[in-house]
Every structure is written in C-alpha cells, then in structure tokens.
Design a protein around this ligand. Structure first.
Ligand code: EPU
Length: 420
C-alpha cells in the first residue's frame, strides 16, 4: 500500500497562493537552536516532513520541541544531552549534518551517522570536515558514523574550495564558541545563510558578513534563546511561479522576496512570460508562445539548481531548443527520464539537458525520484493531457508545505490515492 498523487491536467489556475517559510533555512535553524541555553521560538516553520525528522533527532538529544501554532515552534535545549545520533531519522534528510556543527560548537564533540537526503549524484561533505579540522577537531569515521572531537576549538581562517551552503553554515555553528576569530573565505551567499546568521546573532553570536563571500565569526561564551521568523522559501516560490507561467489564467504568489528570485524571473521574462511585481508578491499569467532559453545553474545569486528541475517541464512547451547546463549536481537529471515518459523530447549528455519544444505532454505513471523531480512532475501534470500519477510522493512532502491543498485552492484537479 502506498500513496500516489494524481493530477488531471489542463485546468487553468487562478487565485493567490501564500508561500511558506524556507525549508533550507528551517532545517539549519532547528539544529542552530540547540546552541542556546534557553528556549528559541521560530515562526514561519513550513509543514514538511523534514521538520518532523529533525524533531525526532531533537527528542533523542533531550531537547523539548513543541509546535505552539500551525507554523510556530518552540525549541527548548535547556536539558540537552549530547548522545550519539544514530537514529534512523539521520538518514532521512541531508540537513541532519547540521547537528555536526551545532553539537561540535556546543560540546566540542559529536558522534553522528552519515546523513541521507535526495540522491543527486555524489554529495561529499569533505569541506565541512576540513573546516572542523581547521578549528582543531579530529575526525574518525568508523562503523558508518563520524566521531568528531576537539580539546578546544580555536578560530581559524578557512577557505572553501567550493562555495558550499552546508559547509558555510556548519562551520559558522561549529566556530560560534571558538577561541578568537574564524574567517570563512569563499563562503556561499545564499539567503538561507543570512537567515541562520541573523538568528545566531539574535542569540548573542558575533557573525558578520553573511551574504558575502567572507564571513567572520568572533567566538562568544554563551548563546541565549530568541524569537525568529524564517524567510520565505524562494524555491517553493519559484516552483509556484513556474506553475503559474505554465498553467495560470492569473496567479499571485505572495509572501516572497522577489530579489531572491531574480535569476528565475529574468529567465521567465526572456521566455515571454508576463510578470507584475509588487513589494512581496508577483502576479503571473501564462503566455501563449514561449521562447526557449539556456540555463546554467550556479550558486546564489546565479540560477538555483533546485529550480532547474521544476523549470524543465515549462521548457518542453517553449518553441525551440533550450539547454540546461548543471554545474552544481551534474547528475541532477532523473526528472528528464520521467518527463520523456510523458512525451517530452529531451536529449541528455553529461551535465546537460537539451529540451526540444514544444511537445504535447500526456499523463502517465511517473516516479518522484527526488524532491525537485517531484515538483517538476506536478508541473508537467498540470499541463499534460489526461491524468498523471506520481509515485514516491514522500519526496515531495519532505520539502513542499501542502502542495496539493495550495494547488486545489488555485483550481487544480489534484488528489491523493492509496494504492496496492
Ligand atoms: N560539495 C563538495 N564538498 C562538500 C560540500 C559540497 O564537493 O563538502 C559540493 C557539492 O557536491 C555540490 C556543491 O559543492 O556540487 C554545492 O553543494 P552545497 O554544499 O552547497 O549543497 P548542500 O548544502 O548539500 C544545499 C541545499 C540543496 C541545494 C544546494 C545547492 C539544504 C539542506 N540543501 O545543499 O537543496 O541544492 O544547497 O544550492 O540546504 C533541495 O532543496 O532540493 C536541495 C537539494
């Protein structure tokens, strides 16, 4: 018995959708909260299964975790115990690796199983580990778990060979109590990093420069609780914006920071999509004739790798050949095979997809092989003829807050079924 998501295509979308708090900020903010010595309240928490898995890990650490309203969590680390994180939830998501930095920062030692997450090709964590070592930690990997220990953590200058989001946040957390100053060079600049730095600073940390390539952390002795509201999810926003470009009579996407979406919005304008901008929302109508575009994924503020998958079904509707070059996760093209099953004409060569449009898409049985592949298939389902049946929906539920309810409210015909 498993759950599938079914979509009957060709229903035009109309209305307003409110974007939830950022998944990739949330999954770092929850581990960051354990650095405090008193309760942390977080607003704008999305209703996604990754939050539930992190809650299971907090329980293991004896950290109280209470949902006090729909999108509000209180995390109370007062009685935290630093035990080995070998719980199954560690392997359910990638972001469990943030407990490495958070526990190392707080206790100077951590034992944790290998993190899990979407398979997007190889996802090494060597830069995280190199950063911990530079701060004075020793690392042992045995029986599937990392054991990271330090007598004392001492501030250091750390140059990241690749501007990694995870390594930047993990080193920020690990160095929060380190002696002296830590400087992260070639840091990633994603908005989620600024959000984590902002919360850490509210807790009493001294983090400067988040959002630029150089982040400075001056170690402090104590962090206290605080209240923090999570930034809107730019990837969920981008997904709904693409849905609207594909299938909207007129849809307003609200609670967004348009500046976080510049690379997507300018590509959509290049394709001929009409966009009306306001302070915290955009209104989109689908275009009759879409022009093809070329995309190259890059770290922020370049085109987000997380949005190339949702964009692919829209590119199948453009009149001509579009090229997606993936520079972050070169194997992130599993969605293309599923889209091909629905009628897309895509040629794959290493790290590149060539999409020849326009193609008529037809509903079929397809598999959400990872989170953003799932989003791509939902978009394809909205424009396809007939019914699309998406399997392995749990991937979608890891990162999209009530995607089916939000789409239903816009007029989509989407529902879940349990099948044998
Ligand atoms: N990399 C290394 N060594 C490392 C770390 C990263 O070689 O130690 C490489 C990666 O293999 C990749 C590149 O550096 O080629 C960038 O990876 P990064 O570390 O920035 O990715 P991440 O932190 O693991 C986050 C998001 C991903 C998103 C990427 C890129 C979270 C929890 N995940 O992953 O989100 O694709 O940044 O922007 O924040 C998603 O939401 O669907 C998702 C996969």
């Amino acid at each position: 018995m498993h759950e599938v998501l079914k979509i009957e295509g060709k229903h035009l979308l109309k209305g307003t959708v409110k974007i939830s708090g950022s998944k990739n900020a949330t999954v770092a903010l929850i581990p960051a909260a354990i650095l405090a010595d008193s309760p942390v309240t977080i607003w704008g928490v999305p209703n996604i299964s990754d939050v539930g898995y992190l809650g299971e890990l907090l329980e293991v650490l004896n950290v109280r975790f209470k949902q006090v309203a729909d999108d509000q969590l209180v995390i109370d680390p007062t009685n935290i115990q630093n035990v080995t994180l070998d719980h199954a939830a560690v392997t359910k998501l990638r972001a469990s690796y943030y407990f490495m930095g958070a526990l190392l920062g707080r206790f100077k030692n951590v034992s944790i199983k290998m993190p899990g997450g979407c398979y997007l090709g190889p996802r090494p964590i060597d830069l995280h580990l190199k950063g911990f070592e530079a701060l004075g930690a020793t690392i042992e990997f045995k029986q599937g778990a990392y054991h990271i220990n330090a007598e004392q953590l001492i501030g250091a200058k750390i140059y990241l060979d690749i501007a990694s989001v995870g390594a930047t946040i993990n080193i920020m957390m690990a160095s929060i109590h380190a002696l002296g100053r830590t400087i992260i060079e070639n840091a990633a600049k994603e908005p989620e990093i600024i959000d984590v730095a902002n919360m850490l600073n509210k807790m009493g940390a001294q983090v400067r420069g988040a959002g630029t390539t150089v982040i400075t952390i001056d170690g402090v002795d104590i962090l206290h609780g605080c209240a923090h509201e999570i930034i809107p999810d730019r990837i969920e926003a981008g997904t709904f914006i693409i849905m609207a470009a594909a299938a909207a009579e007129e849809v307003t996407i609200e609670n967004i920071i348009p500046q976080h979406l510049e690379s997507l919005l300018s590509k959509l304008e290049e394709m001929g999509v009409s966009i009306d901008y306001s302070l915290d929302k955009v209104t989109i109508r689908r275009a009759e004739h879409l022009k093809p575009v070329d995309i190259k994924t890059l770290s922020y503020p370049g085109f987000a790798t997380d949005l190339q998958q949702p964009l692919t079904p829209l590119l199948t509707q453009a009149e001509g050949k579009s090229v997606i070059s993936e520079t972050i996760y070169v194997e992130r093209f599993k969605h293309c095979q599923e889209l091909q099953r629905m009628g897309a004409n895509i040629d794959l060569i290493p790290a590149t997809a060539m999409i020849n449009g326009p193609s008529k898409l037809y509903g079929d049985k397809v598999i959400a092989t990872d989170l953003r592949c799932g989003a791509a298939l939902v978009i394809a389902g909205l424009i396809a003829e007939g019914i699309t049946e998406i399997h392995d929906v749990y991937h979608i539920d890891r990162g999209y807050d009530n995607i089916d309810a939000k789409l239903k409210s816009l007029g989509a015909n989407i529902w879940r079924e349990t099948i044998e």
